[in-house]
Design a protein around this ligand. Sequence first.
Ligand code: BG6
Length: 497
Amino acid sequence: MTHETGPQRTSNSEVDLALFGALGDLALRKLYPALYQLDREGLLPNTSRVLGLARQEYDTAAFQARVAEALTQRVKANELDKESLKRFLARLDYAQVDFNQAEGYETIRGWREGSPRPMVVYLAVPASIYGAICRNLHASGSLDDETRVVVEKPIGYDLESSKEINDAIGEVFPESRVYRIDHYLGKETVQNLIALRFANPLFGTQWNQNHISHVEITVAEQVGIEGRWGYFDKAGQLRDMVQNHLLQLLCLIAMDPPANLDADAIRDEKVKVLKALKPFTGESLGRDVVRGQYTAGTSGGQSVPGYLEEEGANTDSQTETFVAMKTEVANWRWAGVPIYLRTGKRMPEKLSQIVIHFRQQPHYIFDPDQRSLAANKLIIRLQPEEGIALHVLTKDSGLDKGMRLRPGPLHLDFNSAFPKSRIPDAYERLLLEVMKGQQYLFVRRDEVEYAWHWCDQLIAAWETHDLPPRRYPAGSWGPVASIAMITQDGRSWYEDY
Ligand code: BG6
């Protein structure tokens, strides 16, 4: 598990973007809206162009019309102005290419002829064809030593398959030009974690096992499988969400301060966290890990089917749609501090938040019945609304209240704190960073591999020890056992803000 440290690229963001999978779901739902917003905000240089590549027989005009339709569906009407739309669509070209056939790649060379700009190749396609595309690009002579490649998760199904994929990419692109997306790293509050932790001396001195009692990371989704049963059933919630998004959040919470903000300084520290994650043993597995699968229930006021009744379902699937676990980063900073992770589909609401629970004062002097209140909590909310709240205790007001304590938040709500600024979608930030050639918000190969290593041993353990998923009704917070898992430690999941 080595990595190459490359020079940081220029911050000039002029590029030619070759987009594979140009008519796919990701491109239509996320990439064009993000590129459009960058263009509208004046962040896409006039010279930058996009070549959409897909198998379908389209010409450029039909492609532009399809993108315009997608933008109409995805971008708020008041943000879709005619002039910006026209300017954006004029940047788009289309080429019909069979990605497995070397011939079609000539088009890219033709399109690039004479361009002084670096090319970004975005692979919005399944990882199984990353290798073929990279090889064909190379063979067609379309690449130079500035070309960057962007790839999406899932990078493999386990450590072994992820190595095969990374090897195939690595045959053509050095690590310094590979941008692996974890879209959680593009979320505004996730980046704010770095600022919060490393710009505020208050937290810098408190951020360790002397002062923090435990940490919770919850990523709850209200949606179910959304027609993706075939993909999801092979993956499950651990591979789909924990291996990437939750472990990335955990790394940002637990990492040591990097020496600077360079991509490798940050990623070196994240890797140290992944290496220090405690593996599960047969004994801790039954106690500290809960798998779940949703049954029929109610979501957003509507009756919804169970996982096994979803379209295309295999009715004896044992795949988990929920997972909760207690883990620990076994190092000097964190030894003895439980980190509770929880993520699931069909939960009561979409809620992603990190809660840092600080330890109580060593000596307590207030009313005994309020003792359990007497600790601070820092809540970092990623969605639905982004913000940070520090829960502190003050005296309750009123002559009759004596020295009764009242917990309350010091609250930074991003929407009201920055009312004029639109909170950008994660893909806007990530595309901008690729265009600038900045890698700090992208996942390095060794991060992917250590994350797989840890998940693989967990999956192997639950297969050996037969840990079938427990049922939970859609619209609930998961199996009762996940509540018992944390209450056995005298704690509870924090669901408020
Ligand atoms: C994706 C997963 O990576 O993240 C999906 O494959 C999941 O299953 C999605 O729904 C959640 O992303 P977000 O940004 O909506 O929290």
